[in-house]
Design a protein around this ligand. Structure first.
Ligand code: GTP
Ligand code: MG
Length: 408
């Protein structure tokens, strides 16, 4: 479970539920994201099952009729895993597993699995391993009760309980060992960050796959790994960037996602410290994504969880090259015109207007509007820089243009 192994391709079905809080349209978007996560984890989705329920069934999450339907499909198509968009309780997971006889994975488990696959450095691996064990611990009881029932109580109860206690103890020991290891690495990282002096620090934050690493590469002319899968970046990369002759540090870090497992937020403490200690955040948004407003909300929520909600932030709306409003014919009087039909100009006049020039629209890939973005970033960094080094204020002109004129 804790190995960083390459998976071979695997078949999966997805399960989502429509409730009062999650209307059908939202569920469709959530399942789109879950399918992307599954693909990132090395799976192929054969089918989606959606059920409308008032509240989840305590024993099996979805109703028994729906579960029977899933069961028939799983048997017929030799499905490898059934993936739920919502978090399952250990009891639900066990019951469903017993009936379907294949792997049952929930959203948290899937995200942890991707993190495990992607963790490349010792540090990231330690962080993910800790999160995985914390996810596993409450589920150990469940696993054992399940076996106990299968084998019958008599004669099993004694050793059974000992065994589960032993398992739990091993996991707890491992957790505390990993925590100690992380404290040690965190200290080293802290020292490293301390050694960087008082240069202005800028951090790229945003939902996963929005183009943070691509923007980092464009700005710093470096080669950070970027690809069209989720969580391409797990480790933080820090680069020194010079705009005009103004130097600052830019960091690229792990992407956020809706319902990012709390175990991960905690164990990625040091990675997220980079964000916490930044002077300025660049919140990158994929404006071509239909749920980009929800993504902004998820990111803001995580930022406030790590105590960084009030930081100075520039909103960078990326992928404008891909942005396409939904078409609406002029003679179509039936369809209501919603934000899905907005052009980028119209978007700029919505709540984005209140951001007072703190919203920028770019394409990192096609290098569109990058000059404007650089200038805005320069102004922002300069402002922080001159409060820190007032005596060499004169070195940095108010406008980045003055450099290009000199250079030109
Ligand atoms: N069309 C288009 N694609 C872009 C743009 N910027 C980035 N991409 C693509 O979007 C995908 C994700 O880019 P990354 O830079 O890896 O995104 P990230 O935010 O670092 O993602 P994680 O590290 O996974 O959180 C890649 O396939 C990029 O080529 C853009 O402006 N336009
Ligand atoms: Mg990245």
């Amino acid at each position: 479970m804790l190995e960083n192994k390459q998976r071979s391709y695997e078949t999966a079905v997805l399960i989502g539920v429509i409730t009062r809080e999650q209307p059908e349209e939202k569920v469709r978007e959530y399942l789109d994201e879950l399918e992307f996560l599954t693909y990132t984890a090395g799976g192929e989705v054969l089918k989606r099952f959606v059920q409308k329920i008032d509240s989840p069934n305590a024993k099996t999450f979805i109703g028994s009729g729906k579960l029977a339907e899933v069961e028939a499909y799983v048997k017929e198509n030799e499905v490898g895993s059934v993936i739920f968009d919502d978090e399952l309780s250990p009891v639900q997971q066990r019951n469903i597993e017993k009936q379907l006889r294949c792997k049952i994975i929930d959203r948290t488990g899937l995200i942890l699995d991707i993190f495990a696959q992607r963790a490349a450095t010792h540090y990231a691996r330690t962080q993910v391993e800790l999160a995985q064990y914390e996810y596993l611990l409450p589920r150990l009881t469940g696993l054992w009760t399940h076996l106990e029932r299968q084998r019958g109580g008599i004669g099993m109860r004694g050793p059974g309980e000992t065994e589960i206690e032993t398992d739990r103890r091993i996991v707890r020991d491992r957790i505390s060992l990993l925590k100690k290891k992380l404290v040690k690495i965190d200290k080293q990282m802290e020292t490293q960050r301390g050694n960087r002096g008082s240069l202005v620090r800028v951090a790229l934050v945003g939902y996963t796959n929005v183009g943070k690493s691509t923007l980092m590469n464009v700005l710093s002319k470096s080669e950070v790994f970027a690809e069209n899968k989720l969580f391409a970046t797990l480790d933080t990369t820090v680069r020194k960037v010079v705009l005009g002759n103004l130097p600052f540090l830019l960091s690229d870090t792990v992407g956020f996602i809706r319902k990012l497992p709390t175990q991960l937020v905690e164990s990625f403490k040091s990675t997220l410290d980079e964000v916490r200690e930044a002077d300025l955040l660049l919140h990158v948004v994929d404006i071509s994504h239909p749920s980009f407003e929800d993504h902004i909300e998820s990111v803001r929520q995580i930022l406030s969880e790590i105590g960084s909600a009030d930081k100075k932030t520039l909103m960078v709306f990326n992928k404008i090259d891909l942005y396409e409003p939904e078409p609406l014919e002029e003679d179509d009087l039936v369809t209501e015109r919603t934000s899905r039909h907005y052009s980028i100009d119209e978007w700029e006049k919505t709540w984005m207007k209140r951001m007072d020039g703190d919203a920028l629209f770019i394409s990192a890939l096609n290098r569109e509007n990058l000059e404007e973005f650089r200038k805005r970033l320069y102004r922002e960094v300069r402002e922080i820089h001159v409060t820190r080094f007032p005596y060499n204020n004169f070195l940095y002109p108010e406008n980045l243009d003055q450099y290009s004129q000199e250079e030109g």
